[in-house]
Write a protein that binds this ligand. Structure first.
Ligand SMILES: [Zn+2]
Length: 124
C-alpha cells in the first residue's frame, strides 16, 4: 500500500490525493495522482503553500490590506509614534509608507523615489 498525500497535480491543475511512489532523504520525491493516474515529482498542494504564506512574518490577510487602502495619511512629525504600513506625508519627500519599525526611535519609510530613515517618538 502506498501512503497518500494531498499534492498539486499539474495535469489536473488542482490539489488531489496522490500516492507516494518514492522518497529521498526522508522527503517525498515522486507521487502519482489518484485522479488522473499521472506520475510526477511531488509538488506541495496549493493549500499547503497558502498555509506557509500565512505563517510568513510580513503576511497580511486581505482584510488588513483593504483596511490599509482606506487608512488615512498621517502628517509626519518627529514626536509621533508610527506603526508599520502607516502612510506618511512628509513636507520634503512627499507621500511614503512605513516599511520597517527599526526601534522605538527610528522608522524606515519608503517614498516614491527613495527609502529614508526617520525619527519617531522624539522628545525635545
Ligand atoms: Zn492529476
Amino acid at each position: 500500500m502506498f501512503s497518500k498525500i494531498e499534492a498539486l497535480c499539474r495535469n489536473c491543475e488542482a490539489d488531489t490525493t496522490h500516492s507516494i511512489i518514492s522518497t529521498e532523504d526522508n522527503k517525498i520525491k515522486d507521487v502519482k495522482c489518484d485522479v488522473c493516474d499521472s506520475a510526477h515529482n511531488y509538488e506541495k498542494s496549493i493549500k499547503t503553500i497558502l498555509q506557509e504564506i500565512e505563517k510568513l512574518p510580513n503576511y497580511k490577510p486581505q482584510k488588513e490590506k483593504d483596511k490599509e487602502l482606506s487608512d488615512p495619511i498621517v502628517e509626519y512629525n518627529v514626536t509621533k509614534n508610527y506603526e508599520i504600513f502607516t502612510k506618511i506625508k512628509h513636507k520634503k519627500f512627499g507621500l511614503g509608507m512605513v516599511i520597517e519599525v527599526i526601534n522605538h526611535k527610528k522608522i524606515k519609510v519608503e517614498f516614491t523615489d527613495r527609502v529614508i530613515m526617520l525619527v519617531q517618538n522624539h522628545r525635545f
